[in-house]
Design a protein around this ligand. Structure first.
Ligand SMILES: Cc1ncc(COP(=O)(O)O)c(C=O)c1O
Length: 310
């Protein structure tokens, strides 16, 4: 029998006007009342995956791409896909969470986490049939527009993660340490370096502009296949900006004309200083801002394509 002791989820995001709701294993409840047993394998082993959607006026952005990344991660980790990985179920859960948390107007994020479930602690998988734990919640989101207007700072940090960074697991300790190192130096992101090459950031993909060409690490096991990265590269193509999905070296950072982050909560974020040295002119670059404008237009258009829920 699992222990009766439980863990509660708290978010650092500012509270919404009404109490924020959570979804836990088929139940809706106030987030402060959502608890999981201490023997949950997510708590014990970090044995699970997660997704974060951007939400505008109650509409999820790029529902299917995030769902397929979630399904891919579950498949790679051999966790049985729960119902929430079906679009119709996800839409229903999201709609109720957003509506009852007062987040159908303006911007928000939806967080979904799935772990291998609750079982006595032993490394190997629990018995077949152990139900995955499914948790979802929503948070108010304020786009970082002030930082974007000035451009942000980053540091570099060694990429000490495992070799399956393409899976969006909840095991984020190297990302946490890297982001903390950045925060302690007044920077918003750590650009991670593996074998002398830029991989990605702690919570976003990293894109450089060199001689008018966009450069970013190719999709492989060393980076997360970011949804924002994919959309930005598609927009670049429509704008006839050349794209080269090829890693650039740490030593190339100083030569970049522009640099930016691509991620769900960063969207397109200009990086104007790395390790206290300016990138290009030291201000948000023109290609970065064209891509941001294209991205924002796509975000708004996709989230207003259907009427918002009542
Ligand atoms: C390590 C890492 N890389 C890249 C991204 C960007 O992915 P997306 O654009 O899908 O949010 C994230 C987002 O959380 C991330 O954690």
């Amino acid at each position: 029998m699992p222990s009766a002791a439980t863990i509660t989820f708290h978010s650092n995001s500012p509270p919404a006007a009404s109490a924020v709701l959570a979804y836990l294993n088929g139940q809706y409840l106030p987030r402060s009342a959502a608890t999981i047993p201490v023997e949950d394998r997510g708590f014990i082993f970090g044995d699970g995956v997660y997704e974060v959607w951007r939400v505008v006026n109650g509409r999820l952005f790029e529902t299917d791409r995030h769902l397929s990344r979630l399904a891919f991660g579950l498949g790679e980790l051999r966790i049985a896909a729960p119902d929430i990985v079906r679009r119709q179920v996800l839409d229903e859960v999201a709609e109720r969470l957003l509506a009852e948390s007062g987040l159908t107007v303006g911007e928000a994020t939806l967080y979904v986490e799935i772990t291998r479930g609750v079982a006595p602690r032993t490394h190997q998988f629990p018995p077949a049939g152990t139900a995955p734990t499914v948790f979802a919640t929503v948070n108010r989101f304020v786009p970082p527009n002030d930082v974007r207007a000035r451009g942000a700072s980053a540091i570099t940090a060694p990429d000490v993660r495992w070799l399956r960074c393409d899976i969006k697991t909840i095991q984020l300790l190297p990302n946490v340490m890297a982001k903390q190192a950045a925060a302690e130096r007044g920077a918003i992101e750590a650009i991670m370096i593996r074998d002398g090459m830029v991989t990605e950031g702690s919570h976003a993909n990293v894109v450089g502009v060199l001689n008018g060409e966009i450069r970013t690490h190719p999709l492989d096991n060393l980076i997360l296949p970011g949804i924002t990265r994919a959309i930005v590269l598609e927009i670049a193509q429509t704008l006839s900006i050349p794209v080269r999905e090829e890693a650039f070296a740490e030593g190339d950072i100083a030569r970049l004309d522009e640099c930016f982050l691509a991620g769900t909560t960063s969207d397109v974020m200009p990086i104007v200083r790395v390790n206290d040295r300016p990138i290009g002119s030291g201000t948000p670059g023109p290609i970065t801002m064209r891509l941001f404008n294209g991205f924002r237009a796509h975000l708004d258009a996709s989230c207003s394509a259907v009427p918002a829920p009542a």
